[in-house]
Write a protein that binds this ligand. Structure first.
Ligand SMILES: [Zn+2]
Length: 324
């Protein structure tokens, strides 16, 4: 949101309404709950003191997509930290429908790490929704290629390894991001600035290509031709390309490649519904530790300088504001 296009307009193309307090990937403790606010984990009212996280999308629950079970496509959407006040603050008021308990993390995480992990549930759920819900998941033994080592791309390695991928390949130009992906489960790193992406993927996969690709770069015009070549020249049929990064740029697609290779491209948006949040929390509770993604902890006063720095310096994976 702080990043500008060449003409000075905001780079982010999604819903915003300023001024609003930023912060949309967060966790905290229930301080006070309405009498009808029920904890989905226990099916009992919140008592106060529970560790929780929240979806960022305040889907309305009443529009046609919501009523039809498609909350990620809500027609009356509000977004925490985008058009309503977000989490860079001490207290935040949220509807109980978007709140999910983090109490199951207590068994395997230290107190402070429960909240770090909790702040990573939202981006991890974006990925879960993309590769599992929209992309249809993978079979154990499948291969996956993820161009883009940002947080959503990095979460994909963890989820796909958890789902049984035999080879997960990251394509990323920045070494720090590649190292993070390797730490969280990626098997191979391709640097498209130094080597040909498609050639290298075909060598690593012994000419097979991949079952799953997730476009998480937001640069489809740059990245898609390489993906298309892997689908065309690789021997895997039925590949799925999931488009998950937002970008206004056109994607140069050759329809014939999709026909001949029986491949498909699907779009994925959002993190709500479909059991995404509770499943990600249970994965985290049982060994899928995403906390290494939080590479820097800062105080509230340090937020502005770090947001400005992130526009040009992406060496940190996630910078986390910790309230105390
Ligand atoms: Zn709605």
């Amino acid at each position: 949101m702080a990043q500008a296009e060449k003409d000075g307009y905001i780079f982010y193309p999604g819903l915003t309404c300023f001024p609003s307090i930023l912060g949309h990937e967060f966790s905290g403790v229930v301080v006070e709950a309405g009498k009808d606010a029920r904890d989905k984990r226990t099916n009992k009212p919140f008592k106060g003191g529970e560790a929780v996280t929240s979806e960022e999308m305040l889907w309305c629950g009443q529009c046609s997509p919501c009523a039809d079970g498609q909350p990620n496509h809500c027609e009356q959407l509000n977004e925490v930290g985008f058009n309503v006040n977000g989490a860079y603050t001490k207290y935040i008021l949220l509807p109980v429908r978007t709140i999910w308990s983090l109490e199951s993390l207590r068994k395997n995480y230290k107190e402070a790490d429960i909240f770090i992990a909790g702040s990573l549930v939202e981006p991890t759920s974006v990925t879960y929704n993309a590769v599992i819900e929209r992309g249809g998941g993978i079979h154990p033994g499948d291969r996956a290629v993820i161009p883009g080592g940002g947080p959503v791309g990095i979460a994909a390695y963890a989820i796909l390894k958890r789902a049984g991928a035999s080879q997960v390949i990251i394509s990323e130009t920045q070494q720090e991001r590649a190292d993070m992906a390797l730490k969280l489960g990626a098997d191979y790193h391709v640097n498209p600035a130094k080597e040909d992406f498609a050639d290298r993927v075909l060598v690593i996969t012994n000419g097979m290509g991949a079952d799953m690709f997730m476009e998480a770069t937001g640069l489809p015009a740059v990245v898609y031709p390489g993906i298309e070549r892997v689908i065309w020249e690789g021997r895997t049929l039925l590949s799925t390309v999931v488009v998950t990064a937002r970008a206004e740029a056109k994607m140069p697609v050759t329809g014939e490649v999709l026909q001949v290779r029986k491949a498909r491209i699907v779009g994925a948006q959002g993190h709500s519904g479909h059991g995404n949040f509770p499943r990600v929390i249970e994965c985290m509770a049982t060994g899928m530790n995403m906390t290494p993604m939080s590479t820097k902890k800062i105080k509230l006063e340090e937020l502005p300088e770090n947001i400005i720095k992130l526009q040009t310096n992406r060496s940190e994976c996630k910078i986390t504001y910790v309230a105390k």
